[in-house]
Write a protein that binds this ligand. Structure first.
Ligand code: FMN
Length: 710
């Protein structure tokens, strides 16, 4: 029966001998959550099983190494290099098959991009690598100078040894009951190192001409076919364009697809970029939906085997359109299914509004996990890596919860508390929910943040959570509540310097305030944003500063940023930072077509502001006490500290109060959402503050709470 909402997306497709129930693919995602020996564990099973339950038709398990001694893309990736790993892989396949999905494993050797080992890395060529956006980025010790890691070209003997290991790994995956194997030839990992003219500088049979560069891949394909049989469906993922001078481009991508079809491959999965072009590989928030679709569309004109496209696909309407128009056979999603594993079911049921759309922040899944050698998390879906949230336990006895502040921490805490049966009231001092996320609405490339604000606002409505707008309660107003969560966000620091009260001084919050009356949540009487002059000085080094620079720079202003740190935005997720700095220099992220700046953004590091004069001159001092002046029309304050002023008075009044989100410690959306989710799990009628002033409940029977000091 045809699906009434998305008939093409939810129609079956044949890939080689596999019949896939629909066109939704989980493109490979290394969740770096396996055991240290690369074996499957319950976390790996649960992650993939939820996606299968969620209705995804084809699940390609992420990078799995054929040889963990010479290369793991992440320290706890899966491995398929020993027979004793087969039973665990079989459990994984069964878990997905139970829910009707077909599944594959992507075999990948990271070569130069290995997270482990850290030294003596193999590649097609011999060079020094410095790609800080990758998970296998060079390790920078606290006290050493970044030097990049040295890479050595593989010997021909090593190449043949590894080809055999790829073949063996595919055979193990087949033995485990998987329906298919995918080769990872994208993103600057080993196969792509051989395929890429930018990386491969060999002059033997594995380099040089197109066929020379393809030899490694072709030999692996032949070896896999020999071990698994020619009918076993193999696919390959590789980048449609490497987005780097001297790299592979779309013309060659088409040639590769034809070659792979001729060799008997069952499908091609077209990705983007190598890690020297990080924006294309990991498309941060800046990238619009489907910016990479054109590559699949071109490949499809030249081959008959199915084509998968991916990158920033989030909206089922767009996905239906590109499949229906024949631009691709299947849509691929990685981060979207991290943020919401039930995407396919929600789309099929016509429940698009309920989809928790991935905001492409890369904070939970990349910066704070794979890049620093930890297992994968998600900034907006706390259930990733923490299965307590998948099957939420109702509270023992419902209680009354007050949430002070309706930003991401407050709304997430309210959502999970309400799901557990508590009666929740949010007190929000402005006329709308969203908190700091709303500052992103007017920032080019950051408006996806609003998706999450909207999703949380909808959940608050759906769960019937009471919201008191334009209210800042005092301790006495909160007496009837069992638990109070202080989620009041951050506040802008106002330095005590001459001129700080001049009318040319404003805050990033005032500059970035949105004024879209089209927004369904736009409150009546909202104050208009502050207009800035042509020359703007921003003081600070957090999201407020970066977003104000982006907003004003792209509007053609001359922007100067003064940071107290050695460099600006070192805390930022590195792929976003890479794109942002390229834009600050009047360039752009790879493949990004958004409007570029008229003037470069000037950054003044290791400095602070000393005085603001009436004529707009700002006196600046650096860390060696040298002074300089910058002439500006507007000064934007963008340094933020926790807004926790009410905390002590709440504690003194005897309230059970905890700080969450930026009120506790100024961080990012992940910090806020995780705090909100965690505290909501601890809320029970008998919850109390422990000696660290954190909320605890459920201590073993017989252990008494010492609630608080007299
Ligand atoms: C946490 C994480 C792990 C990834 N692991 C893999 C992988 O193992 N193999 C691969 O080909 N791509 C991997 N990718 C890239 C994604 O498959 C995908 O191409 C990219 O994230 C853009 O698509 P999206 O917008 O759907 O996330 C990974 C990306 C992320 C964020």
């Amino acid at each position: 029966m045809k699906n009434e909402h998305y008939p093409t997306l939810f129609s079956p497709i044949q890939i080689g001998s596999m019949t896939i129930p629909n066109r939704v693919t989980m493109v490979p995602t290394d969740i770096s959550s396996a055991n240290a020996d690369g074996s499957v564990n319950p976390r790996v099973v649960t992650y993939h099983e939820e996606i299968a339950k969620g209705g995804c038709g084809f699940i390609i398990v992420g990078a799995t190494t054929p040889d963990k001694v010479t290369g793991r893309p992440t320290v706890t990736c899966l491995a398929a290099d020993e027979d004793p790993l087969i039973p665990g892989l079989a459990h994984l396949a069964e878990a997905m098959h139970r829910h009707g999905a077909k599944c594959a494993v992507q075999i990948q050797h990271p070569g130069r991009q290995a997270a482990w080992p850290r030294k003596n890395l193999m590649s097609a060529s011999d060079h020094v690598l410095d790609v800080p956006g990758s998970a296998g980025h060079e390790v920078i010790y606290a006290e050493s100078i970044a030097q990049g890691k040295s890479i050595r070209a593989m010997t021909v003997e090593e190449i043949y040894d590894l080809i055999e290991k790829f073949g063996e790994a595919a055979w193990r995956v087949q033995q485990a009951g998987f329906d298919s194997v995918e080769l990872h030839g994208a993103h600057g990992y080993l196969i792509s190192q051989f395929m890429s003219p930018f990386v491969n500088k060999r002059n033997d049979r594995f380099g040089g001409s197109f066929m020379g560069r393809m030899r490694f891949t072709m030999e692996i394909v032949s070896r896999m076919q020999m071990k698994c049989g020619k009918d076993y469906p193999l696919g390959i993922r590789y980048s449609g364009d490497e987005w780097i001078e001297g790299g592979r481009t779309l013309d060659e991508t088409v040639k590769v697809a034809k070659l792979m079809e001729d060799m008997g491959l069952a499908y091609v999965d077209i990705s983007a970029g190598i890690f020297e072009s990080p924006g294309a590989v990991m498309d941060p928030m800046y990238y619009p939906e489907g910016w990479n679709t054109y590559t699949a569309e071109e490949v499809k004109k030249h081959v008959k085997i199915p084509v998968i496209t991916s990158h920033s696909l989030r909206n089922p309407d767009y996905c239906e359109k590109i499949v229906a128009e024949g631009k691709t056979d299947m849509v691929g999603m990685c981060r979207q299914l991290i943020a919401d594993p039930y995407w396919a079911n929600k789309a099929r049921a016509g429940n698009k509004r309920d989809i928790r759309r991935c905001i492409s922040c890369l904070v939970g899944c990349w910066q704070e996990s794979l890049m620093i050698r930890r297992d994968m998390r998600c900034a907006i879906n706390p259930a990733v890596g923490d299965e307590r949230f998948i099957h939420l336990q109702p509270a023992g006895k419902a209680c009354k919860v007050a949430v002070i502040g309706g930003g991401p921490a407050g709304m997430e805490a309210a959502r999970i508390s309400a799901l557990r049966g508590h009666k929740v009231t949010i007190f929000e001092k402005t006329g709308e929910l969203g908190g700091a996320m709303l500052c992103c609405c007017t920032v080019p490339g950051k408006s996806k943040m609003r998706w999450h604000a909207d999703w949380l606002r909808q959940q608050v409505e759906k769960l019937g959570i009471e919201v008191k707008y334009r209210t800042e309660p005092k301790a006495k107003d909160l007496e009837g509540f069992d638990v109070v969560l202080l989620a009041a966000g951050g506040r802008v620091v106002k330095p005590d310097i001459p001129g700080i009260d001049l009318p040319i001084v404003t805050t990033f919050e005032d500059v970035l305030r949105c004024k879209s009356t089209k927004c369904e949540y736009y409150p009546a009487g909202k104050i208009e944003p502050v207009e800035c002059g042509d020359n703007v000085l921003i003081w600070g080094d957090h999201f407020g500063a970066a977003d104000a620079a982006e907003r004003l720079g792209s509007a053609g202003k001359k922007v100067t940023v003064v940071t107290e740190n050695r460099d600006f935005a070192e805390w930022m997720e590195p792929v976003h930072r890479d794109v942002m700095l390229k834009r600050f220099a009047c360039g752009n992220g790879e493949g990004l077509k958004s409007k570029t700046y008229k003037h470069p953004v000037r950054i003044i590091p290791s400095s602070s502001i000393l005085k603001i004069k009436k004529d707009g001159t700002v006196l600046i001092v650096n860390s060696t006490f040298e002074r300089s002046e910058v002439k500006t029309d507007t000064v934007v304050l963008a340094k933020v500290e926790p807004n926790d002023g009410a905390y002590e008075s709440f504690l003194e009044a005897g309230l059970t109060v905890v700080k969450i989100g930026d009120s506790k410690n100024v961080r990012n959306v992940r910090g806020a959402v995780t705090d909100g989710a965690n505290v909501a799990l601890a809320i029970e009628k008998d919850a109390a503050l422990n000696a660290n002033n954190e909320l605890i409940s459920n201590l073993p029977t017989g252990i008494d709470f010492v609630v608080r000091d007299a």
